[in-house]
Design a binder for this molecule. Structure first.
Ligand code: DQA
Length: 147
């Protein structure tokens, strides 16, 4: 059976490339998804990418795809800091969750230092730009090879 990795992008990440490039870089969301899909194809793993500006839609997507996924990479955007229904949707899954942020949230405003997702995530990558997603994918692929 082909393994599936679910990639979830939260609010405003559809604007990458145009959105505060000094913080988030000039790489678009489509570029990030393409890079993930290419690496997934090389490794023989299916990558499902979802973006929404609406917490409920992210919850729906997690309920739809999360149970069959062997790993989840999530950049929850601002929902990181207060998205409790998003956290609850992720918390019911046994699959490893990696939280990714393009910017280093700990170097920014105090409200970004709290993540409601981190306590239920396996790990967190913050501040490494778009490559953080690929690093998260490499970790999940290595874990899959071990199981
Ligand atoms: C972000 C950091 C969040 O604080 C912010 O609300 C985002 C993007 C990041 O990738 O650095 O939307 O998750």
């Amino acid at each position: 059976m082909t393994a599936t990795i679910l990639v979830i992008h939260g609010p405003n990440l559809n604007m990458l490339g145009r959105r505060e490039p000094h913080l988030y870089g000039t790489t678009t969301l489509a570029d990030i998804n393409t890079a993930l899909q290419q690496r997934g194809a090389e490794a023989g793993v299916q990558i499902i990418c979802i973006q929404s500006n609406h917490e409920g839609e992210l919850v729906d997507a997690i309920q739809r795809h999360g149970w069959d996924a062997q790993g989840i990479i999530i950049n929850p955007g601002a929902l990181t800091h207060y998205g409790l229904s998003l956290r609850d949707a992720l918390a019911m899954l046994a699959t490893p969750i990696i939280e990714v942020h393009l910017s280093n949230v700990y170097q920014r405003e105090a409200f970004r230092h709290t993540s409601v997702i981190a306590p239920i995530a396996r790990g967190q990558i913050t501040g490494l730009g778009w490559r953080g997603y690929l690093l998260a994918l490499e970790w999940l692929l290595a874990e899959l090879r071990n199981t």
